[in-house]
Design a protein around this ligand. Structure first.
Ligand code: ZN
Ligand code: ZN
Length: 207
C-alpha cells in the first residue's frame, strides 16, 4: 500500500492517495482543482473521515473529473448540509453540495483489491468521525481524532468530549505502526506511544 499526501497547506486538510489495486483517496481537502493535479484518472473511491468543510469541499470537482464514489460514516452524512456543523461557516462559505454513495458503519471493510482498510467509528470530533486501519501493515488514518505530538481533535463543532475520550481509549488498544492525521505530519515513530499521549492529554485537558 503506497500512501502519498497530496494536499495539506495552512488550514486545509491532508488528502492521502492510496495507490493499491483500487486507488482511493482518504479525505479530499478544500481545493479540488489543486488536488486533482496529483490524482490518477482511475481514482475509484473517496473516503471522508468526517463531514468538515476542510476535508470535503474538494469532493464535487474530484468526482466530476474521475467519477469516483464517495463514502462517509452514516452519522456525519446529515451534517454536511449544516453550515455550522460542517464547519463551512468558519470558512465563511455555504456547505458544499455533495452526494455520499456509500454510508459507512463501524467495522465495515473497504476493499482495495490487494489490501483492505477497516472502518473504526471514533465519534468525538464529530458524531460520525472514523479512523481507517490496515490490519496487515498496522497503519492508521486518524482524521481529526489524533494528531502528532499528543494532540487531539477539538470538540466544539458539534463534537462531544466524552465520546472523544472513549474513542481515543479505543485507539490505544490497537497496535499501530504509523498514523496519518488529517492535519500536520505523518507519525512513523512511536505511534502507539503518541496515541496514548493524545488519550492522556485529552482526559487531563477536557475534564
Ligand atoms: Zn480538519
Ligand atoms: Zn474536522
Amino acid at each position: 500500500m503506497r500512501i502519498t499526501n497530496v494536499n495539506g497547506v495552512f488550514y486545509d486538510s491532508n488528502a492521502y492517495l492510496i495507490d493499491a489495486k483500487r486507488k482511493i483517496l482518504v479525505d479530499a481537502g478544500i481545493d479540488g482543482k489543486r488536488v486533482l493535479k496529483s490524482l490518477p484518472q482511475d481514482l475509484q473511491l473517496i473516503v471522508l473521515t468526517h463531514c468538515h468543510y476542510d476535508h470535503i469541499s474538494a469532493v464535487p470537482d474530484i468526482v466530476a473529473a474521475t467519477g469516483a464514489k464517495v463514502a462517509m460514516h452514516k452519522d456525519d452524512i446529515p451534517l454536511i448540509r449544516s453550515k455550522k456543523l460542517s464547519a463551512s461557516a468558519m470558512f465563511g462559505v455555504g456547505s458544499p453540495e455533495l452526494k455520499i454513495d456509500i454510508p459507512l458503519n463501524n467495522d465495515d471493510t473497504i476493499d482495495l483489491g490487494d489490501c483492505s482498510l477497516k472502518v473504526i467509528h471514533t465519534p468525538g470530533h464529530s458524531p460520525g468521525s472514523i479512523c481507517l486501519y490496515d490490519e496487515s501493515t498496522k497503519e492508521l488514518f486518524t482524521g481529526d481524532t489524533v494528531f502528532e505530538g499528543g494532540s487531539f481533535g477539538r470538540t466544539d463543532i458539534g463534537g462531544n468530549p466524552e465520546h472523544l475520550i472513549n474513542s481515543l481509549e479505543n485507539l490505544t488498544k490497537l497496535d499501530v505502526s504509523a498514523f496519518y492525521p488529517g492535519h500536520g505530519n505523518i507519525v512513523t515513530e512511536n505511534a502507539n506511544g503518541w496515541i496514548k499521549a493524545s488519550y492522556v492529554n485529552a482526559k487531563r485537558m477536557i475534564f
